[in-house]
Design a protein. Structure first.
Length: 417
């Protein structure tokens, strides 16, 4: 039996997908010490796992939405790199004595938990990484640099091409590394490159998608184990009002849990679908107050609805394109209309659109009429459900957490553990 220090990134969407992996590790004899925020203590301890809190450092994790206008890669790197480094410094200062006392045989870290890489270096133990969405490597950056600038940096295509032309024969990955290293050095960190700013990578990387869904999958070597997404199996059931909607086409609308302060978007949906045959279930989050805005009779609004239960009944999903939401929609074979709001949602939406498993609405000024027509298009055109079903089958055939732990144990044997 080996002892693991498991370093999470303490957001719900980062912690919950790891629980089945932790259970599998424990069932196969590993001792797991799980670091996260206090709000997850009960959930972690219920699995018979030792919980450790990030303590006072938890205040560093801001769950608010941030939007940055970017026309040059350095603008985003100047925001991301210091944030990654400062979080890591404060987390390490908070937990280093405990981690050293735990004396782990190896570390498993979230791709966003850069402090896991640093702690492994301090303790001189192996470290592996898990990636909860698409993986990124330098080969794919250089294979499709304009795609990367547009979907990851959110640089408009014309500005992106202008920047690439200015590089001459230099590769984009090299330029991003140079900028990232310069910024990191100013914050006292030597071992840092562009991938550290966007996604972790170690000698072994557990990726929560399938090769069929991963962009540029053929650029990843055997150090990446694609295990498929973690689909929640818990169900809370829907209330009677949603039950009564059966028999009519149903659209579920949700922008997730972070980017929900979008009253203009909700009004656009009202205008698009009022007085139609569609039944609409809409989650609006806790940040916006609809107030005195009249809600059409065919809309059912709540701060949050039980998403998996609603998706089992939905015909169309209007979504922000968050990875967990997308995978749950694929699992239920619900075609998606995507309005990405931030983070990796642009890449996910673009990839689904390329696969014709969903429609990425790039025009933020889409009219209510155009939105309604888009909903009819995706509802009536069978190719979206057919392509979504191909993805669903790849999810079902993926190795899941058993493959993940098999890969971990093989990696450890190579390390003599």
């Amino acid at each position: 039996m080996s002892k693991i220090v498991f370093l999470s990134f303490p957001f719900y969407s980062h912690v919950m997908p790891t629980l089945t992996l932790v259970r599998e590790l424990v069932s196969r004899g590993e001792e797991v010490i799980y670091y996260s925020n206090e709000s997850f203590r009960e959930t972690i301890e219920a699995m018979g796992v030792t919980f450790r809190s990030y303590g006072h450092a938890r205040g560093m994790f801001d769950n608010s939405a941030t939007t940055i206008e970017v026309e040059h890669p350095k603008v985003l790197l100047n925001y991301l790199v210091p944030g990654v480094i400062e979080k890591s410094k404060k987390i390490i200062n908070a937990i280093l004595p405990e981690v050293m006392a735990d004396n782990p045989d190896y570390i498993i870290r979230d791709c966003d938990a850069f402090w896991g890489k640093q702690l492994a270096s301090v303790l001189d133990v192996p470290v592996l990484c898990y990636v909860l969405t698409f993986a990124i490597n330098k080969t794919m950056i250089d294979a499709a640099p304009l795609y990367f600038l547009e979907n990851v940096f959110r640089i408009p295509p014309d500005k992106g091409q202008e920047y690439l032309d200015s590089l001459g024969k230099s590769r984009l990955s090299e330029e991003l590394d140079v900028m990232s290293k310069q910024i990191a050095m100013a914050h006292g960190i030597k071992d840092f490159d562009a991938l550290d700013a966007f996604t972790g990578r170690e000698e072994l990387n557990i990726v929560y998608t399938t090769k069929e869904f991963q962009p540029f999958a053929d650029t990843f070597d055997e150090s990446y184990a694609f295990i498929g997404p973690n689909i929640r199996q818990d169900r809370t059931g829907v209330d009677s009002r949603i039950e009564e909607m059966s028999g009519k086409p149903l659209i579920y609308i949700s922008l997730g849990s972070i980017y929900t302060n979008r009253p203009g978007f909700y009004q656009k949906c009202f205008d698009a679908f009022r007085d139609t045959e569609w039944q609409i279930v809409m989650s609006i989050g806790s940040l916006v107050d609809i107030g005195d805005i009249p809600v059409p009779d065919n809309f059912y609004l709540s701060a949050f609805h039980p998403q998996m239960d609603v998706l089992e009944r939905a015909d169309v999903f209007i979504t922000h394109g968050g990875y967990n939401s997308v995978c749950e929609a694929v699992h239920n074979n619900v075609p998606m209309i995507m309005f990405p709001q931030g983070a990796d949602q642009f890449t996910i939406s673009s990839h689904l659109d390329d696969m014709e498993a969903g429609i990425y609405v790039r025009n933020s000024e889409i009219s209510p009429r155009e939105l309604r027509e888009t909903a009819y298009k995706i509802y009536q055109d069978k190719k979206y459900k057919e392509n979504g079903d191909k993805l669903k089958r790849s999810f079902q055939l993926s190795g899941g957490v058993r493959l993940a732990v098999d890969s971990i144990f093989s990696f450890l044997r190579q390390k003599g553990i």
